[in-house]
Design a protein around this ligand. Structure first.
Ligand code: DI6
Ligand code: FE
Length: 398
């Protein structure tokens, strides 16, 4: 059989099945951007290839997937960070024009070109660590034009770099000042006007909301999800980050792809997620940066068999993090996830959190997105902090 490229003399962490799926003397063959063989070199079918790459016994994992980011936003909040370190309270910072609405103002003021230009260095940091698929949310525009501009900028990131971008509409992230005191009115315009327009333009792959005391109620979230369903869009949810409003169970009732954060998730929520197959996306960067002390219920998630994903939550307020490798280290150190769980969290389970059945493992029929690493064992990818052992990155067979 003829194929485009063969990577031989590699060790594979194929991430298929329930563990690392290790193959010590492995070979991957790709044709038209898809894997046609991944497994032991000695069992490989007779293959001719245009290009044969000797991997020198390096490790190959699936290309990494960051399944929860707010990569596109105007400005940053370093000054707010500085004020907090000098002892300022959240109220003082809000009065000084800080918080999520300061990012909204900066995002509204930025052109589409400027949003793309400011997001590219963050995207490049992820790419430099072997990331091949990134989810990007809107939610800092909070009006028609700015939300659409954010989503267009997200699509453009995928044209500017060899990476796949999944765009998520997060209009229900915060209440814009124009709707102060009228959250129901804001949700109604999102459901009746903006989401239909975004769906018609094909600008979103999923719909998300922030279900929280400082965000939107479960009832409002329910309306957003019903609207998403009317447009055939899958849903995900920021749930149980700061309090337990039973958002994860609500998300599960809507068959959500994922419920994210989950520090305050209870047993009922875990059971609901297990029953619906909803992925638990844990965000240790936000846990770390806001100095949260309530841990997500990892043992309960594990016991119930809920798939766990890990993501950066890259955002200017609570997780200015652009390293999925460091995210894995935090998942292990802060949440006590195993090496296999951390790696599954940024490959197989992250793909599932995006509803992308075509990636996340090294198996025939999957996309040929690979990360080739200069490490002695996969644990090193989780163990080190701030070290970039990427040797090569293959996106779509290239
Ligand atoms: N949860 C978070 O941690 C971020 N958004 C959300 O829904 C915070 C966003 C920000 O502060 O800019
Ligand atoms: Fe988030």
């Amino acid at each position: 059989m003829h194929c485009d490229t063969i990577w031989k003399s590699a060790r594979l962490a194929a991430m298929a099945g329930s563990s690392l799926g290790i193959v010590e003397r492995g070979l991957i063959a790709a044709k038209d951007g898809m894997i046609i063989h991944a497994g032991p070199q000695d069992d490989a079918p007779a293959l001719e290839a245009d290009r044969v790459v000797d991997c020198g016994n390096r490790w190959i994992t699936p290309g990494l997937i960051d399944c929860h980011t707010h990569l596109i936003h105007g400005g940053n909040r370093a000054q707010e960070f500085e004020m907090r370190l000098d002892g300022a309270s959240y109220e003082e910072i809000a009065r000084a024009g800080g918080g999520i609405l300061s990012t909204m103002r900066a995002t509204r003021a930025a052109s589409e070109d400027a949003l793309v230009a400011s997001a590219l260095p963050r995207l490049d940091a992820l790419i430099a660590e072997g990331v091949t698929t990134v989810e990007v949310k809107s939610g800092y525009g909070l009006d028609r034009d700015s939300e659409i501009r954010m989503l267009r900028a997200a699509r453009r990131l995928g044209a500017e770099r060899p990476v796949d971008i999944a765009a998520t509409f997060l209009g229900a992230h915060a209440l814009p000042p124009e709707f102060a005191g009228d959250a129901d009115g804001y949700i109604a315009t999102l459901c009746d006007d903006l989401l239909p327009e975004i769906a018609a333009l094909g600008l979103a792959d999923a719909v998300d909301a922030f279900c929280e005391g400082i965000g939107f109620t479960p009832e409002q979230t329910d309306r957003m999800f019903a609207a998403a369903a009317r447009h055939g869009l899958p849903v995900k949810l920021h749930a149980e980050q700061l309090s337990n409003l039973h958002g994860a169970a609500l998300a599960a009732r809507h068959g959500a792809l994922s419920a994210d954060h989950l520090e305050h998730l209870d047993e009922t929520g875990v059971a609901a997620m297990a029953a619906s197959g909803t992925v638990a996306t844990l965000l240790p960067g936000a846990y770390y940066f806001v100095r949260e002390t309530k841990l997500p219920p990892v043992d309960a998630l594990r016991a119930a068999g809920v798939p766990i994903a890990l993501a950066t939550d890259c955002n200017p307020g609570t997780s200015p993090l652009t390293s999925l490798l460091l995210t894995m280290n935090m998942g292990a150190t802060l949440f006590r996830l195993t090496v296999a769980e951390c790696l599954a969290g940024v490959t197989r389970n992250a793909a599932r959190a995006l509803g992308m059945a075509d990636r996340g493992t090294l198996e025939p029929g999957k996309r040929c997105d690979l990360a080739i690493w200069d490490v002695e064992r996969p644990a090193e990818l989780v163990y080190r902090m701030g070290y970039k052992p990427l040797h090569a990155r293959i996106w779509s067979g290239q």
